[in-house]
Design a protein around this ligand. Structure first.
Ligand SMILES: [Zn+2]
Length: 301
């Protein structure tokens, strides 16, 4: 309510300033009238100009209107390409119930802390996050929530890509007659201030897949841009031991070798990954069994 009253007062003020300026304006009196009519619904503070002029003694000063920052948001959110399914994901609506709730809680807290650090540092950090856990624990939820938070609060130019879809998109640029080029697909991914790569390691590690991943990781690393990753694949035991972020007894379970990230990504890229992102283990490998049995139970009921 208070906001509405404020808007109305602002609208009156801008009308008044328009009228005041009308005689000296380029279009004269009638021009101003047309302008007022065409700008119904425009920002009440600046009338859609993007600048607020304050008149002092003789000399006026202009400042950028708040609406120019506010209005960027819908565009930034659209450009980020967060899938519809994850658009409402927030840190607050991340579910932390279940047997491994302590790990889920820790993961959410670590993510929230990281977001605050990012905001406090006043510039994009070059150290991202790597969310690790079996399918269904909410890795993508946390990554999307962190990205969304940074776009909403910091107006970063963010981007969300599912790694498999991205590979298909790049592949399709090789088709004759494709409107897109490899560069037009990769450039936004390479230049986004904050990038989420969902489902790292989901693809069979062919040389071509590794090459694309190398291009992205290296490109973003050298530009010191922030990247968030999610993966179903676990850390090698020695890495896991050093990933103290959210680990405790619950995450000690050792994953089979086929479940290790190192089995999906060339060693050189795994090393680069450690330089770019801090691991957050959301749930331990044995949690997968629990989810399966829960699902099974549910189906029988
Ligand atoms: Zn404005």
């Amino acid at each position: 309510m208070r906001e509405r009253a404020g808007l109305r007062a602002g609208a009156l003020e801008s009308l008044r300033s328009l009228l005041e300026r009308a005689p000296t304006g380029a279009g004269g009196g009638t021009g101003a009238a047309v302008e007022i009519a065409s700008e119904a619904g425009a920002c009440p503070s600046c009338g859609g100009r993007g600048w607020v002029v304050k008149r002092g003694d003789g000399v006026g000063s202009a400042r950028r209107c708040d609406c120019t920052v506010r209005d960027m948001l819908p565009r930034l959110l659209a450009e980020a390409g967060i899938p519809a399914r994850y658009q409402e994901c927030r840190l607050e609506n991340f579910r932390t119930t279940g047997r491994q709730s302590h790990l889920l809680l820790n993961a959410r807290e670590s993510t929230a802390r990281w977001v605050e650090e990012f905001l406090a540092s006043g510039r994009p950090t070059d150290s991202g996050l790597l969310f690790i856990g079996p399918p269904g624990v909410g890795k993508t939820h946390l990554a999307a929530a962190a990205l969304s938070e940074l776009i909403r609060r910091y107006r970063v130019r963010g981007r969300f890509v599912d790694f498999t879809s991205l590979l298909y998109q790049i592949q399709s640029t090789f088709d004759a007659g494709s409107a897109e080029t490899k560069a037009s697909v990769l450039d936004p991914v390479l230049s986004a201030e904050v990038l989420v790569i969902d489902e790292l390691g989901a693809q069979k590690p062919t040389p071509w897949v590794s090459e694309v991943l190398y291009l992205i990781l290296n490109g973003r690393y050298t530009r010191r841009l922030t990247t968030l990753f999610t993966t179903n694949y676990f850390l090698e035991p020695e890495r896991q031991a050093s990933a103290s972020v959210t680990l405790d007894r619950g995450a000690d379970a050792v994953a089979p070798t086929s479940d290790l990230l190192a089995s999906r990504i060339p060693a050189m890229l795994v090393s680069r990954l450690w330089e770019m992102a801090k691991p957050i283990v959301i749930a331990s490998p044995d949690y997968r069994k629990e989810i399966k049995s829960q699902r099974h139970r549910f189906e029988r009921e």
